[in-house]
Design a protein around this ligand. Structure first.
Ligand SMILES: Cc1cc2nc3c(=O)[nH]c(=O)nc-3n(C[C@H](O)[C@H](O)[C@H](O)COP(=O)(O)OP(=O)(O)OC[C@H]3O[C@@H](n4cnc5c(N)ncnc54)[C@H](O)[C@@H]3O)c2cc1C
Length: 312
């Protein structure tokens, strides 16, 4: 892990506004990441509430990079760490409330907690969220989905804040959702989502959630250190089939391995570095391209600097 020096912290710190939330320096964010790899965040900031976040963004000089993370279930954090500010929404942003036939969830709320909240209030349509281990913010950015539903199908409006601290409330059409993607401006940080939540039958909601849990248990290595699906499916075929056909099942680079269980999942067997995982993914892409002529696109978002970049 490349050290980010004290002096640099001090320089950066002096340029930041004071906040009410939590601010940590040189924070090990790999421990939050599903893959358990990667270097530190130069500064990790968890705003106390929307006002704190807005004030911070408005006053922070724009040359300081800002990256937002959820629970890093779709992230490969590189070994040299993430320069500038990493924002993680917790506290106020974890709140979930209900109003008639809609549920409003803060962007830091876990998808599973939103689906459990819907169940507790006998609301249907959000069961699919129980199978996605991220937050609502990550779901909006990635248009997360499972079992024929995605966030775009259940979203009414989303609230986001831009790099200058301006707040935007937008509907589905404005977000340009497509398969595991949204066209929201890259500097937007989602802060909440209002979702359709129609009354439903408690037993059938429970049944659906149980089916999803059972399907995930059998089809995905959910107890491994993984980042979920590594590559997007293609028009020509599912990513896992292309990877399997290219003979990559079980392929290893150091302690990074293509899962034997579901070969679109890369797993950290224990001591993999982010570099091992990225090199493995690059080798999988090369072999799939050689075999099928198709260049797979990363679904996992890779952030931060390599150790070499951080040292230079
Ligand atoms: C075992 C496993 C199974 C999975 N199964 C599925 C599945 O079935 N379907 C599916 O779609 N995904 C799946 N995933 C991937 C992942 O859970 C989703 O992509 C999830 O939506 C990511 O949410 P997150 O909060 O972890 O975001 P992160 O991984 O932390 O971030 C992902 C991206 O979202 C951005 N982001 C995060 N929060 C915000 C915010 N508040 N505002 C703006 N941008 C933000 C980040 O900058 C980054 O670009 C799986 C992952 C694992 C590990």
């Amino acid at each position: 892990m490349a050290p980010i020096t004290r002096r640099k912290h001090q320089d950066l710190f002096e340029r930041l506004p004071s906040v009410r939330g939590e601010m940590k320096f040189n924070e090990n964010i790999a421990r939050y990441a599903w893959l358990r790899v990667g270097g530190p965040a130069e500064i990790l900031f968890r705003p106390a509430d929307l006002e704190d976040l807005q004030d911070f963004l408005h006053k922070t000089p724009t040359d300081i990079p800002v990256t937002v993370i959820g629970v890093a279930s779709n992230l490969l954090i590189r070994d040299g760490g993430v320069p500038g500010i990493v924002i993680q929404l917790r506290n106020e942003f974890n709140k979930i409330t209900i109003d008639k036939d809609t549920i409003k969830a803060g962007a830091g709320a876990l998808d599973i907690n939103v689906s459990r909240f819907a169940l507790a209030n006998e609301r249907s349509g959000l069961e699919f969220l129980s199978g996605i281990p991220g937050t609502i913010g990550g779901a909006l950015r990635m248009n997360a989905g499972a079992y024929d539903r995605e966030i775009a199908h259940v979203l009414i409006t989303a609230e986001a804040i831009d790099r200058d601290g301006n707040i935007h409330t937008v509907g589905v059409d404005e977000l340009g959702f497509s398969y595991r993607n949204s066209k929201a401006p890259t500097d937007w940080i989602f802060t909440s989502a209002t979702l359709y939540a129609e009354p439903g039958d408690k037993d059938s909601i429970i049944r659906k959630m149980d089916e999803i849990t059972a399907a995930r248990e059998t089809s995905q290595p959910i107890r491994s250190r993984t980042g979920g699906s590594t590559f997007k499916n293609t028009a020509e075929g599912k990513a896992w089939e292309l990877i399997d056909d290219a003979g990559c099942r079980g392929l290893r680079v150091g302690d990074a391995q293509v899962s034997q269980h579901h070969c679109n999942f890369l797993i950290n067997l224990g001591h993999a570095s982010a570099n091992d995982i990225e090199r493995l993914g690059t080798e999988v892409r090369r072999r799939v391209h050689e075999k099928s002529g198709i260049m797979l696109q990363w679904e996992i978002d890779r952030i931060g600097l390599t150790e070499k970049e951080a040292a230079s």
